[in-house]
Design a protein around this ligand. Structure first.
Ligand code: GLC
Length: 793
């Protein structure tokens, strides 16, 4: 494997001849002949298809783009002297080896003069990015937010197995998920290039050659989807239109998840349930790692450790706790084991070139791998999974080792579709298709229920089937810091529902690290503590009462803010906007281009967590307490500091000290944050009474609130209402006007306002959807989330 080696641009031959033939532009050199075609995709995107004559239709293998956008309308080329032009919504010009893209917004992106080239199976496109300042997306990545100066491979790996030595580092590459998308920021504008090729590809951003973005495909033809800005939001919305959004998941999956590779028996699970009760911490999901199985055989339970798994899961469910079990792809090669026998009989396993079932070596020892690229195999898998989930009374599945991890066996020996299709064509999509197959299991169980799946590996569009967690990280401060840009870039790449192992998976966490990790991640879309067997335990109570109090505060604060998070999930489904966003999603300015340690949740909450401790980084004594200090960039406008209960003027950088129980967190002027002030429990509440926390210095605030049944997939058929909420602040009176529209029953939610930053006695008037009342608001300034927000008013 050539993980550190790249293809040198000088080893390619670049286009020398050009002619126009029917639908395409013929390009050639002495060593290759190829074609460029252009299609208009759904009136918002233009596609360039680069087709090397020496290769087949490898783009047919990709499941990245939603089916409805694969076809496109061909745009024929016109010859103009030595140049060929495609007059699509983005205008394309090919002049020899040089390509020019004029986006509909006016932005022009060009390749260098040696722009398009080939070398046998390989393709190269070299863009001139001298004027670009920011490079984002790229799927799941280590390192920082802006990828300028980095080189990234798209080839899914089981990171720990492939790079055991890099675990103390935060710059390993590749990772578990391949999404070959780059979003460029040129001046104040953005544009997106998505290279649809499921094979092994690479993007080098000014590492190899200054001023150049080099795309390389090691094999297979590439479709380049061109997505216009002008804003980052426009590009992300365009890309998620092409590749799909996450469905709105079940409410419980937005709660807190507790996991560890090391919960081995029924007694372990019951003890966890009791501990969460004892310490008054809500928990919505407990997880089963591999030890629940009998000899790591899929779809079995170790009956000694778990005599009645369905009974246990029902008991947990009565307490409001859902259960999710890990499922790996490797089926133990074990004649007599029904799953293996049935798969063997139906010929579902991947093959080698020699025609045998491909064998890998993972947890169960020798194992074989379902070929999820085939529809009948997905049907076979979905049947087994649906039966298992139902019989075990499980609520969700966790798909792991699907990079695919084949242990000591060379992964490239695995071929698809009875050995007729090379490994490359589906390698990056193995996890993706496993997720697709598993998602089908949930349709068999109940086509109207919301499924929950989590996968380690994925490709472009995997969000249509599953959430993603960012794999095996380590319990150290570097990996805590890395988790923010990683989650942000995944979100910009379409995978909104994602998150890291909170506390770190490998190695031993410390008290300070655990607290700071919870504080950084408690509003991440996916919020799960997970750790490796043999490491120090890291449940919320693992470090005694102080740590417990701080961690509990973050978990409870998440439940308080679930109504807001739920709205963020709905917005993602409706628009493609990520849940966790870099500041440059909402604000323009060079100061945000490289900002990796702050983020927005939705558009209104900004978190700038403390990401150092244990003697590392800046520490000061402030107000008699030991505090960690950091810089915080406050965007334009006014922001309410939830930690200190005061307004801060934007456009400045603060030097901010926070004690161990404090999370620097700000809400923008004009925001309304939906909040649950009911009794907290494991089972997220009904949301029938919602507090609207109003942050307004300027006198007005607004929010569009989606109301649906929060349980079924009815919203996908449009069965939801939108309540346009407008708040106006007058003379000691706040007025809320609510206009609810849509086919869902009206008035199912009662809203009441809570005002921040305006002390004293306030009257409130709520008008609309059946409510018209005046009351005296006790609400004044509430204190910061982690300390007080989880206390009922
Ligand atoms: C892999 C997973 C990890 C899991 C372990 C055992 O390393 O990434 O989350 O705990 O396998 O199943």
């Amino acid at each position: 494997m050539l993980f550190l080696q790249k293809v040198h641009p000088l080893n390619f031959e670049y286009v020398r001849e050009l002619s126009v033939h029917g639908d395409g532009v013929r390009i050639a050199g002495s060593s290759f002949a190829a074609q460029i075609r252009c299609d208009e995709i759904g009136n918002f995107c233009t596609r360039l298809r680069l087709r090397n004559d020496a290769l087949g239709n490898s783009y047919d293998y990709s499941d990245g783009i939603c089916e409805g956008y694969r076809q496109g309308h061909p745009v024929p080329p016109q010859l103009d002297g030595e140049r060929a032009r495609f007059e699509a919504s983005h205008r394309i010009e090919v002049a020899g080896a040089e390509l020019t893209i004029r986006f509909s917004t006016g932005l022009v992106l060009k390749t260098v003069s040696e722009g398009i080239g080939f070398n046998g199976d390989k393709t190269i496109v070299n863009f001139d990015v001298t004027h670009a300042r920011g490079f984002y997306g790229f799927g799941e990545r280590t390192g920082s937010l802006n990828k300028r100066g980095e080189s990234m491979q798209f080839w899914n790996v089981d990171v720990v197995l492939v790079f055991p030595h890099t675990y103390a580092r935060d710059d390993y590459d590749p990772a578990y998920v391949a999404i070959p998308l780059v979003i460029l920021k040129v001046g104040k504008e953005y544009c997106g290039l998505y290279f649809d090729n499921p094979g092994r590809t690479l993007m080098d951003v000014e590492q190899m050659r200054q001023g150049q973005l080099i795309y390389q495909a090691m094999t297979g033809n590439t479709d380049v989807y061109l997505i216009a800005g002008p804003g980052l939001r426009d590009v992300v919305r365009g890309f998620t239109k092409l590749t799909g959004c996450a469905e709105v998941p079940p409410l419980w999956s937005m709660g807190y998840h507790q996991c560890r590779w090391g919960y081995r028996t029924e007694a372990d699970l019951l003890e966890l349930k009791e501990k969460f009760e004892q310490f008054d911490i809500p928990v919505s999901v407990l997880w089963y790692d591999i030890d629940y199985m009998e000899g790591y055989r899929l779809f079995t339970w170790d009956r000694e450790a778990f005599p009645d798994p369905a009974g246990l899961n029902r008991r947990l469910k009565e307490a409001g706790i859902r259960s999710v079990a890990i499922i790996d792809p490797g089926v133990k090669r074990d004649p007599g084991y029904p799953v293996y026998d049935s798969g063997k009989a139906q010929g579902v396993f991947c093959k080698t070139a020699s025609g045998r079932d491909y064998v890998g070596r993972v947890w169960p020892g020798d194992c074989v791998f379902p070929d999820f690229s085939q529809t009948p195999v997905r049907v076979w898998w979905a049947g087994w999974m649906a039966r298992f989930v139902q019989e075990s009374a499980l609520d969700g599945v966790w798909l792991d080792m699907n990079d695919p991890a084949t242990g000591y066996s060379l992964v490239e020996d695995m071929r698809f579709q009875n050995g007729t299709v090379s490994h490359e064509a589906y390698h990056n999509q193995y996890g993706h298709y496993m997720a697709k197959a598993s998602r089908e299991a949930f349709d068999l169980i109940d086509p109207n229920a919301r499924p929950f799946l989590l996968t380690r590996s994925g490709f472009t569009g995997t969000q249509r089937y599953s959430a993603i967690w960012t794999g095996d990280n380590a319990s150290n401060w570097r990996h805590l810091r890395m988790s923010i840009p990683c989650t942000l870039n995944l979100g910009l790449s379409g995978v909104a529902f994602n998150g890291p192992d909170v506390g770190g998976f490998m190695g031993n966490t410390t008290e300070a690290l655990l607290i700071r990790w919870y504080q950084a991640a408690f509003l991440f879309p996916f919020f799960r503590n997970h750790s490796m067997q043999g490491s120090k335990t890291q449940e919320p109570w693992a470090f005694g009462s102080d740590c417990l109090a701080h961690v509990r505060a973050t978990i409870r604060a998440r439940y308080r803010l679930l109504p807001y998070l739920y709205q963020c999930f709905c917005q993602h489904y409706l628009t493609g906007d990520p849940i966790l966003r870099p500041l440059l999603y909402e604000f323009e300015g060079p100061g945000y281009e490289d900002l990796s340690d702050q983020f927005l949740v939705g558009s209104s909450i900004m978190v700038a967590p403390i990401l150092h401790g244990d003697g590392e980084g800046e520490e000061v004594l402030s107000r008699g307490k030991r505090c960690q200090r950091r810089y915080i960039s406050i965007p334009p406008g006014w922001w309410f500091d939830l930690n200190r209960g005061e307004w801060v003027e934007g456009g400045q950088t603060l030097r901010y000290a926070a004690a161990l129980d404090e999370v620097p967190m700000f809400v923008g002027d004009g925001a309304i944050i939906p909040y649950d002030n009911g009794l907290l429990s494991n089972r997220p509440a009904d949301f029938d009474r919602i507090e609207l926390h109003v942050f307004s210095r300027g006198g007005t605030a607004r929010f569009d609130y989606v109301i649906d049944d929060r349980e079924t997939r009815g919203y996908q058929d449009g069965v939801y209402n939108t309540a346009a909420i407008n708040a106006e602040i007058g003379d000691h009176e706040i007025e809320l006007k609510i206009a609810e529209e849509g086919p869902y029953p009206k008035d199912t939610v009662t809203f009441s306002p809570v005002l921040y930053g305006h002390p004293g006695e306030w009257r409130a008037r709520v008008e609309g959807n059946g409510q018209a009342r005046r009351s005296v608001l006790k609400a004044s300034t509430r204190e910061w989330v982690c300390k007080r927000i989880d206390v009922r008013a």
